[in-house]
Ligand binder design. Sequence first.
Ligand code: SF4
Length: 443
Amino acid sequence: MTQGMSRYKVNVVTMGCSKNLVDSERVSRMLGDAGFDVSNDADMSPGERYTVVINTCGFIGDAKEESIEAILEACRAKEDGGVDRVYVMGCLSERYRDDLPAEIPEVDRWFGKFDWAGVADALVADTASSYARRRSREWDRKITTPSHHAYLKIAEGCNRFCAFCAIPLITGRFKSRPIEEILDEVAELVSRGVVEFNVIAQDLSAYGHDIYGRSALAELIERMAQTRGVGRIRLHYAYPADFPYDILPVMAAHDNVCKYLDIALQHIDDTVLGNMRRHITADETRRLLDRIRAEVPGIHIRTTLMVGFPGETDEAFERLIDFVKEQRFERMGAFAYCEEDDTWAARNLTDNISDDVKQQRLDRLMAVQEDIALETNEAKVGKTLRVLIDVEQDDYYVGRTEFDSPEVDPEVLVEKTVNLKPGQFCDVEILRALPFELIGRPV
Ligand code: SF4
């Protein structure tokens, strides 16, 4: 590439979850290392020539539609001359690799979920440029979240095969990353200014069994917590069955391990749990939650629940409502069952709950949770909490406590009585609570 020549541009667009975002960060790094000028989810200026890489989501109906719409939009932009070529990768193209090329022939190239090198090699070839993909470590990536926090993916795939879920069909079997490799990545990210690590996988609870023959989550988090510069570690996507209880004393012992656990429970009715193939009963679920709360005082539990699963009776749904009122989850998301091709439920069960009933149940569940969420926030008024500043806005700094995961949980609006910077921790007295925000002043 001759001096002064501008580098060829690529815009990597990410759909779906944080695990997909990490994949986008890896492919972005490979493209950048190859010499391309990489943007992420950017509004490219008119007249700019570039290739768009869409990293799709193929999880459930709405997400698939969003990905299809993003692909079609990019293809329209190509017709209008704004985009040179459209590449599609990720879960949707992995899952429907046999059908999509014929259905959307305007797409130039289709890639699997993990074919990051293939994307870089293809663009080098298609741009006939002097660029060359450089060898890089599997986990090298361009951090696209604010530079002081990062998602840390510790494993790929899933072996659970819950009845409603297509993810194992897309990502394949569960595969842990070695502890040493993860710690190398953590050290490297700390050196680049990351202080908060949001630990993710499809199934955190299974970490280590495949490569060490035992649960290794506690060991990994213990060693991360002792790593210099690691300000915060937050755990996401735990699975309730075979839960690694030895992680609880590690969470309780370290100030830099957030008193926060994201654990999807989906339901509490035994018949529904059985049909969902969740490998856990209502009693076992309650005992698990009791033990988590007993061993990690003050923990905030985030869970995900599903309504409208085939065969969910009115009584079963009322049990779910009572469960939410009884457990008072500090954080909760819910969605309605959506039949997914090739899943056990699609092959063996009838989607017999109407969309109206599903929506009514979802609305009732979220209404119960909204009250609990506000009360959870109100209980923090008068307390002093450690806040990580994410951004500076006109009137406030915006940050998060250890109980707030990026993108999904409440934020703290911090009065600008002192100078603060993104990535800085600050003790904040909480003055007011709103449903999805806290307002406070630095102390
Ligand atoms: S644990 Fe169940 S819901 Fe989660 S990814 Fe695996 S199969 Fe899907």
